[in-house]
Design a protein around this ligand. Structure first.
Ligand SMILES: Cc1ncc(C[n+]2csc(CCOP(=O)(O)OP(=O)(O)O)c2C)c(N)n1
Ligand SMILES: [Mg+2]
Length: 729
């Protein structure tokens, strides 16, 4: 029977090979892929010869355990033991069972929401499924996230991270790539093909329509990553059928665009799922090439157990439903029958196995029910290190010191990268054109290419894939710096950053140690697609540190700190300042994540961030001192989340007056947060009068210099605002 299944793969591969040979440019350029595919098929046959009842028992146990859990969790839900949604995979348990057992323990899994079986197959205790569904304090996320929205990182399971249904497809790339680099580094040699770590990303058929699915596949092809993309094709997306969701195409064709080998598998046959995954993983590992599985099954119930399911009969005809909802398509029945036919698990052994697994599922249920629910004392921070302890210790041990030399912002950033590359052999940087031969559009990485070419990597033009890669690597401990060519373009695919990186410390107590950096602000007479300040998009995500250097010295010291910090750091570099010089200490130093008083004063506190506004604040302060005898204290925030409220409060208590200045637009700008916080605080009673905000006009950035300057804050406005405040009170 197993050989028969392998034969169907051979037929599918013969078809693929004939197209690949004739039409696929990337395969014509690399004919060794054809040999590798053939060798993987040969290895599959050799593997089948070694398959025995252990495999049958493993596949069957997982399908059974998942099924019994599905039955029991539905009863628990109906009995009111927990509220919210129940998205089970009843009748689809073979997909994950086959995939999970075909993977090695070291391989990386990122999965969809309907795949408890893949997690169970890789060793997740069913007790964890119970504590998650019942949202107990003992659950892997401590009750912060329900059902399957979590990972099991110690088993290399990134989980279902679902701000976007196809998130798995972008996270898997960074995680798989980094783990291979990590192993290689520790083995001190490139990994033998068979030792490579592979990844599997499982996404739904609906999810396969999402841009992230394509972003992930495209990236894996361009970087030659050993990743298998598995479409858990249950022939429905929420309540939308295939013909409307994606034009009813054959989903294995998703692979055609990226010239990847693909298999359509019977998703209800655990043996077929196992062998198909095994074969494509073997190919992915040996060829360093992605592949695709279209695992066809059927969602027999509602998307969510709360909903009525009678719409199914309007979407499919009775004959179709009869086949897909019948016993012959039931994965438990199919796996059981296959085990009998293969002589692996007979009827008596099955009855025994069923009793054992049922007891395990129920014992776990009862245990989880007795577990405590979370209390408000368990409430966590959205950051791993809200107090910036790592950076504070580094800054204390290595303060700025020694002789200085003049450097531009860009040179300061280069100096930071050089030192950090030298410090951490596993630190890499990725981004559009950052590698050879470009070195970035602003050439931030260009001079590093001679020495660090192996650490600077070009990517496809896809901000979602870049962010997803950095976040995926971060989930398995990898520190990657990602460059957005322009920060404004992160809006093309912000979800990995804003919804995954920013929530992991809160949900999973995992920091994403990456840095996303790039240019912001104005480029004179450029256009508003390229120019923007983006801090408020990032700040609202709550779980990302946002750092804005205002001097070359800080550009170096803050970037070094950002690289070492355990949280995701967004690093915003004002683009019109790349070529502007300042003094930078020569010795190694780290800049703390705190605000700094740039000029002391007694009458007014002027808070700002970023180089252009700092210059404006300092020149205005000078004018006010010389012409109006007003003493202004200028504070450069340097970090906007967590922002250094204490430094601002201390200054306001002294001066009694506050003005906030920024280059971003005024409406919903960060100045609103600062002024509201200070006004709400006890410092309100020490304020002599109102707070003022000075910011750009509420519009996109216009191209013509006259219009551009009209939109921006200027010295006249700052001087005027401060004079007004001092006259008023
Ligand atoms: C980007 C995005 N859009 C919409 C949703 C809401 N949503 C959750 S599940 C779902 C249907 C997913 O269908 P499919 O990928 O086929 O998975 P299935 O539920 O069928 O297993 C949708 C639209 C989401 N989570 N993410
Ligand atoms: Mg679906």
């Amino acid at each position: 029977m197993l050989e028969k299944i392998a034969h169907t793969f051979e037929c599918q591969m013969a078809e693929f090979v004939s197209v690949a040979k004739n039409r696929y440019r990337s395969w014509k350029d690399r004919p060794e892929y054809l040999t590798l595919l053939k060798e993987s098929l040969e290895r599959l046959h050799a593997h089948i010869a070694l398959c025995d009842e252990n495999l049958g028992r493993a596949l069957l146990t997982t399908v059974l355990e998942n099924r019994l859990f599905n039955e029991s969790v539905l009863a628990s839900y109906r009995a009111g033991e927990f509220k919210g949604a129940l998205l089970d995979n009843f009748g689809q348990e073979a997909v994950g069972s086959g995939i999970g057992h075909a993977m090695r323990a070291g391989d990386i899994l990122a999965r969809d929401h309907r795949n408890a079986s893949a997690a169970l197959a890789r060793g997740m205790p069913v007790y964890d499924l119970w504590t998650m569904h019942l949202m107990r304090a003992t659950s892997p996320t401590g009750g912060y996230d329900p059902n399957l929205h979590f990972g099991d990182l110690k088993r290399n399971d990134l989980g279902f991270l679902a701000s976007d249904m196809a998130m798995a497809a972008v996270l898997i790339n960074g995680a798989t790539w980094y783990r291979n680099r990590f192993e290689e580094h520790h083995e001190r040699t490139p990994l033998a093909p068979d030792k490579r770590i592979a990844g599997v990303a499982i996404i739904g058929d609906g999810a396969s329509t999402n841009g992230l699915a394509h972003a992930g596949m495209q990236f894996a092809k361009s970087w030659q990553l050993p990743v298998v993309f598995a479409i858990h094709n249950n022939q429905i997306s929420l309540r939308t059928p295939p013909r409307e969701e994606y034009g009813g195409i054959d989903l294995s064709n998703r692979a055609v665009a990226y010239e990847m080998p693909m298999l359509t598998l019977d998703g209800d046959n655990a043996f077929e799922m196992y062998l198909g995954t095994w074969f494509l993983l073997d190919f992915a590992r040996h060829a360093n090439h992605p592949a695709l599985i279209n695992a066809v099954t059927f969602r027999r119930s509602g998307h969510n157990r709360t909903e009525r399911t009678d719409y199914l009969k309007h979407l499919y005809d009775p004959a179709f439903l009869g086949i897909w909802m019948g016993r012959e398509s039931d994965p438990l029945f199919k796996t059981r029958m296959a085990c009998e036919e293969l002589g692996y698990v007979g009827a008596n052994a099955y009855a025994e196995l069923r009793d054992t697994v049922k007891r395990r599922v129920e014992d776990a249920h009862q245990k989880a029910l007795l577990d405590p629910e979370p209390t408000p004392e368990n409430y966590r921070s959205t950051l791993m290190e809200p107090a910036n302890t790592t950076v504070a210790a580094l800054a204390q041990a290595h303060p700025a010191h020694g002789p200085t030399r003049r450097m531009t912002f860009k040179e300061a950033l280069q100096s930071a990268l050089r030192e950090e590359f030298a410090h951490d052999p596993l630190l890499h940087m990725i981004g559009e054109d950052v590698g050879f031969p470009g070195g970035g559009v602003f050439e931030v990485t260009a001079p590093l290419l001679t020495e660090w070419r192996g650490r600077l990597h070009n990517t496809p033009l896809d901000e979602a894939a870049i962010g997803g890669f950095v976040v995926g690597a971060g989930l398995v401990g990898g520190r990657v710096i990602g460059e957005y060519q322009f920060w404004n373009f992160f809006l093309a695919g912000p979800s990995p950053l804003l919804t995954i990186a920013a929530t992991r410390p809160f949900m999973n107590r995992v920091g994403i140690p990456g840095v996303m950096r790039g240019p912001v602000g104005y480029a004179p007479q450029s256009n508003h697609y390229h120019e923007n300040w983006v801090e408020t998009w990032l700040l609202k995500a709550l779980g990302i540190k946002v750092v804005v250097p205002a001097t070359p010295e800080d550009a170096k010291g803050l970037l070094k700190s950002a690289v070492r910090d355990p949280d995701m750091v967004a690093f915003l570099e004002e683009m019109s300042f790349y070529g502007v010089a300042g003094t930078v200490p020569e010795g190694e130093y780290f800049t703390p994540f705190t605000a700094i008083v740039r000029r002391e004063g007694e009458d007014v506190t002027l808070v700002t961030y970023g180089p252009k506004m700092l210059q404006l604040a300092l020149s205005s302060a000078e004018t006010l001192a010389t012409q109006n005898d007003i003493s202004v204290e200028v504070i450069d925030l340097r970090i906007l989340n967590p922002w250094d409220k204490e430094t601002v409060l201390a200054s306001v208590r002294k001066t009694g007056r506050l003005v906030v200045l920024h280059e971003d637009s005024r409406f919903m700008g960060f100045g609103a947060e600062i002024s509201a916080s200070i006004a709400e605080d006890e410092a309100f009673y020490e304020l002599r009068g109102r707070i003022k905000r000075i910011a750009a006009l509420n519009s996109p950035i216009p191209a013509h210099l006259v219009l551009e300057n009209y939109r921006l804050p200027n010295e006249h406005m700052v001087v005027d605002a401060i004079k007004t405040l001092t006259q008023e009170a």
